[in-house]
Design a protein around this ligand. Structure first.
Ligand code: SAH
Length: 213
């Protein structure tokens, strides 16, 4: 587990690429500069870590493309101390970005192998979520609700109701919605009963899987 000046240089370059693609939130850019993304991937794939691409990790899953991570994070409009729920822990990279920006993160992963691996890894490199949970993201985390923000990092065939109801008034749900291709969608809870919906173009994610039972 090494982080070198060469890695730092590549990270600065990646941050520039992401900024050039339209990410303006400085804290997101700073997080990309700080977090050693290569450590979130198998060491034999290190060369791919600082390209702006998604990449396979364990259990048939992917670490999202840095631009996509940045885009979704920017839509959350994080303030330090915000309580954020992430659905789809995966490699833990998105979680680390949120922590680096000062959020209190709760994250759910439904694949046991990834849950175990990433729990160990995140504590080893010092990015500690408030809670990392092995469970089904469709249900959200009612015991810890309400949240300032909820981010779904897999393609959702529909918007799970529990996620909407677990938002604070003023809170935001950022979720890619669709089957093959997803529309990035942001819901802002404007009152107990009302939500504002905004859409932000097409993306491609691995699917948010329904309960295995
Ligand atoms: N945020 C991750 C991206 C992981 S890809 C990262 O930065 O690396 C999406 C993840 O969602 C996968 O790990 C997948 O196992 C997980 N997932 C799929 N369906 C889920 C569900 N119903 N509940 C929780 N996690 C789920």
């Amino acid at each position: 587990m090494k982080d070198t000046l060469k890695h730092q240089g590549m990270r600065n370059q990646l941050a520039k690429t992401v900024a050039a693609k339209g990410i303006t939130d400085k804290k997101v850019i700073e997080a990309i500069k700080s977090i050693p993304r290569h450590l979130f991937m198998d060491s034999s794939f290190e060369d791919h870590a600082y390209q702006d691409k998604a990449f396979p990790i364990a259990a048939n899953q992917t670490i999202s493309q840095p631009y996509t991570v940045a885009f979704q994070t920017q839509l959350l409009e994080i303030r330090p101390g915000d309580k954020i729920l992430e659905i789809g822990t995966g490699s833990g990279y998105q979680c680390a970005v949120l922590i680096e920006m000062g959020a209190q993160v709760y994250t759910i992963e439904r694949q046991n192998e990834l849950f175990k691996k990433t729990s160990r890894f995140l504590s080893k490199i010092g990015y500690k979520p408030k809670k990392i949970i092995f469970g089904d993201g469709y249900k959200g985390l009612p015991d810890e609700a309400p949240f300032d923000g909820i981010i779904v990092t897999a393609g959702a065939p529909f918007v799970p109701k529990p996620l909407m109801s677990q938002l604070k008034v003023g809170g935001k749900l950022v979720i890619p919605v669709g089957d093959e291709i997803q529309t990035m969608t942001r819901f802002t809870r404007t009152s107990e009963k009302e939500f504002k919906k905004e859409t932000y173009g097409d993306f491609r994610f691995v699917p948010l899987l329904e309960d295995r039972n």
